[in-house]
Design a protein around this ligand. Sequence first.
Ligand code: KE4
Length: 428
Amino acid sequence: MKKFVKSGRLFEKALRVIPGGVNSPVRAFRAVGGNPLFIEKAKGSKIYDVDGNSYIDYVLSWGPMILGHAHPRVVKALKAAVTKGTSYGAPTALEVELAELILKIYPSMDKVRMVNSGTEATMSAIRAARGFTGRDRIIKFEGCYHGHADGLLVKAGSGAATFGLPDSPGVPKSYARNTITLPYNDIPALRNIIEKEWRSIACVIIEPVVGNIGCVLPRQGLLETLRKLTKKYGIVLIFDEVMTGFRVSFGGAQAYYGIKPDMTCLGKVIGGGLPVGAYGGKKEIMSLISPEGPVYQAGTLSGNPLAMTAGIETIKELSRPGTYNQIEKKSALLEKGLIDAAKRAGVKTRFYRAGSMFCTYFTDKDVYDYKTAKTADTEKFARFFRQMLERGINLAPSQFEAGFMSLAHTEKDIENTIEAAFAAFKKI
Ligand code: KE4
């Protein structure tokens, strides 16, 4: 039995000074029970808690650590960068270099603006879309998470076409009213709303693969229909690729599915573990962004030299030939092993994967939207999570989160994970 004494003590102290003892809710283990692990360090595919327990890590800081933790190339570059100061509040060559790299890999964007989180990226992209179209309302999809800006913490109103309702205290009804929430993969509902309401709709924002209800794939035709309808009615199509960018493929979901959005939001991988978000798109839209245009958006630490350094080195390392074949092989090996382990243990699961993001649902129903994801047995997931933790495997502490593969995971790591999963499936 692993010991979690020091984590427990730290959590008690944290609870006295930080809401819920954490700086982001999902880390608190509320969905799986018990106290969260406090992490001491990480290297490659492994993460080590303050009690000295080690784990093969499939959270990878919720996506950024695609190279694995503390990659030598990134650490070396950061060590050199930090001796030159940590922030200037003035432009640097590094910001130009990262922007040029991103625009080369995401050609749907003519220009890109660095911010400090995915939330800032989506919030700013939506403001740009409203500024560009002069329209107020937005469409999002149930279960898609785009960060915690007010207008995005909204659930569907009674009838889908009616006004959204706040999904959190503190969000004014007046904000929520401008957000229409639709079921993911419901093409008729999407067509119906747009054809009726397009005059008031500034943008549609979508996770082209949903990583925030586990891992939900777009059905055949969803993204194509979305692209056609938004083009026809002058609605800005925003792909929130904060999670899918450099994850579903090097060029993200837009390259993988061959769909060109009007705007793209990025985060996670492009910061290599440091705080970076980015939003970009067609020049007609991006030329509206201050100081070039009237749509205001700013940030003290946007384009921070350390964060740019980590992002540049990460993307350059990812650009090496054969990298995505390697991570695809590792991800496919894990997928096969987990599906097989559940079957052999007689546990009904559904497994979905897009590139190196994936999810095992504890359900025997197909999962294609929020409602069907909710058929999963969260208690069973929580028991599985605990069994895997005991066996030294660190999974996302919620049935409704995605898991991630890194280039640092070895075949041995994956074999150990599959063995642990078989034992865990049998125990739950
Ligand atoms: P941040 O503001 O957390 O950097 O990014 C928000 C965001 C935007 N868009 C997508 C598609 C995202 O997945 C996220 C954040 N993802 C969660 C994981 N479910 C971050 C983990 C957390 O909230 O602590």
